[in-house]
Ligand binder design. Structure first.
Ligand code: FAD
Ligand code: NAD
Length: 401
């Protein structure tokens, strides 16, 4: 009697919580569990705007996978997933192939470019530890270059953030903290630096509470952010961005935060998908594949109340991971009844840099320092779920007030 093989793809929020749930259950005795990830570390995507701006060391967002996952119980393979061969129940990695009986697809998302020319070539993105280290170093290089220029180029110190969704706003917030430090470090007056947030929709944070959006914009404007609202970007060039009305902002630093789409492995593997996301069944499986679970940003679930997809969030990825782990256990035990997934949205809190944040918790609006404390508690809560108090002490956010 051979043990079934469970393969988890991606060690993000979804994959890590599935693995940590399984290692605490009987599944690791009854099945062979393997976790595959590109890197030997897990990073917190939701913190990446901080190391991108340079307000946090990138190592604080990441941890070695074997420091939280017991590799005696779960095999860990450091490799890149290329494709899933669903007919053959195989996963093709860059260096080897793995067979599976049950698969968990949790490869997260990639930036959505909407096919806009020049984005891939000339814009930065907030996606991984590697991509954010590049933004931080590039920005510092701009500051260092400016003083060496005989003729001063305005693009050197013009920073454009494309998209004022939550990622764009959180990143701009961090930059308002970081830019004054860089100005001081490189002897540059603050007024030489432009920080521009460009948003296509008629408002920043479209769809979010209007009063909180106004609060956020006021805070950021008072720290020197220029908002260009109702202004779609139609092209990114080496020396700046072209706007819908054909005006041009000269900039050597464009950071692209206009939303995400599911990991390209989804489309490459022939799944039926919308913007790279698979609309999953109630128990989180791909409708065409009863042995494949899809969680996190690769999955799509509809909010029946408004008949629109839930935005892809860590909050949902983590909740899905609990249901997915329970359902894997049921299947390994030969049960047919699986748990139905129901998101339990606790709220949304976004930081504005420093001790400022905005959010909705339950049905309450929060802003200012109290919102910022809530945000840090949410961040610490995830660490608690993943690795208990020792991980919170090691990696948690403690500077609250
Ligand atoms: P991820 O956590 O992104 O993990 C995917 C994993 O797969 C990574 O470890 C990656 O290395 C690995 N991987 C990718 N491709 C491959 C491959 N081909 N082979 C092998 N491994 C691969 N959501 C919230 O709920 N609250 C927030 O406050 C919040 N803040 C955010 C702030 C920022 C700056 C950003 C960018 C996003 C934020 N989000 C937030 C959204 C949230 O980060 C995502 O929804 C969440 O990370 C999705 O989790 P996941 O498990 O699907 O993927
Ligand atoms: P998003 O879809 O929330 O926002 C993208 C923004 O870019 C939108 O406002 C859109 O109108 C704008 N845009 C699109 N095309 C444009 C163009 N050509 N020119 C200018 N603007 C353009 O995406 P995101 O901010 O990348 O966030 C991704 C996901 O992560 C979302 O689900 C979000 O809710 C989640 N997230 C949550 C938090 C939090 O809860 N604190 C923080 C960050 C991200």
């Amino acid at each position: 009697n051979k043990k079934p093989k469970i393969v988890i793809l991606g060690a993000g929020y979804g994959g890590m919580i599935v693995a940590s749930r399984l290692q605490k259950s009987t599944v690791v005795k009854d099945a062979e569990v393997t976790l595959v990830n590109k890197h030997d570390y897990h990073y917190q995507t939701t913190w990446l705007h901080e190391p991108a701006a340079g307000t946090m060391h990138p190592d604080k967002t990441r941890m070695k996978i074997d420091s939280v996952i017991d590799t005696q119980k779960i095999n860990f393979v450091k490799d890149t997933v290329v494709e899933i061969k669903r007919e053959e129940k195989k996963v093709v990695l860059s260096n080897l192939e793995l067979d599976y009986d049950y698969l968990v697809l949790g490869l997260g998302s990639v930036p959505e470019t909407f096919g806009i020319p020049g984005v891939k070539e000339h814009a930065f993105s907030i996606r991984s530890v590697n991509s954010v280290r590049l933004i931080k170093d590039h920005m510092e290089y701009q500051f260092a270059s400016y003083n060496k220029q005989d003729e001063k180029f305005e693009e050197t110190l013009t920073f454009v953030v494309a998209g004022a969704g939550f990622t764009g706003i959180e990143f701009v917030g961090e930059l308002t903290e970081r830019i004054p430090e860089l100005c001081e470090m490189y002897d540059i007056p603050r007024e030489k630096v432009r920080l521009v947030s460009v948003e296509a929709a008629p408002t920043a944070l479209p769809g979010f509470d209007e009063e909180l959006v106004e609060y956020a914009m006021n805070v950021l404007e008072s720290r020197g952010v220029e908002f260009m609202i109702n202004t779609p970007i139609k092209e990114v060039r080496e020396d700046g961005v072209l706007l819908n009305d054909d005006s041009f902002i000269k900039s050597s630093t464009v950071v692209w935060t206009t939303g995400v789409r599911g990991n390209p492995v989804v489309e490459k593997s022939g799944f039926d998908a919308m913007r790279g996301r698979i609309k999953v069944t109630d128990d989180l499986r791909s409708p065409e594949d009863e042995n494949i679970f899809v969680i996190g940003d690769c999955s799509l679930i509809i909010n029946e109340e408004i008949n629109r997809p839930y935005p892809p969030t860590a909050q949902i990825a983590i909740q899905q991971a609990y249901t997915c782990a329970n359902n894997l256990k049921a299947l390994v035990e030969g049960k047919k009844e699986l748990e139905t997934f129901k998101p339990d949205i606790k709220g949304t809190v976004a930081s504005l840099g420093g001790k400022e944040a905005i959010g909705i918790v339950g049905s309450r609006k929060v802003y200012g320092n109290s919102a910022s404390v809530v945000k840090k508690m949410i961040d610490n809560r995830y660490l608690l779920m993943l690795g208990g108090m020792p991980l919170v002490i090691k990696k948690g956010k403690w500077k609250m007030f």
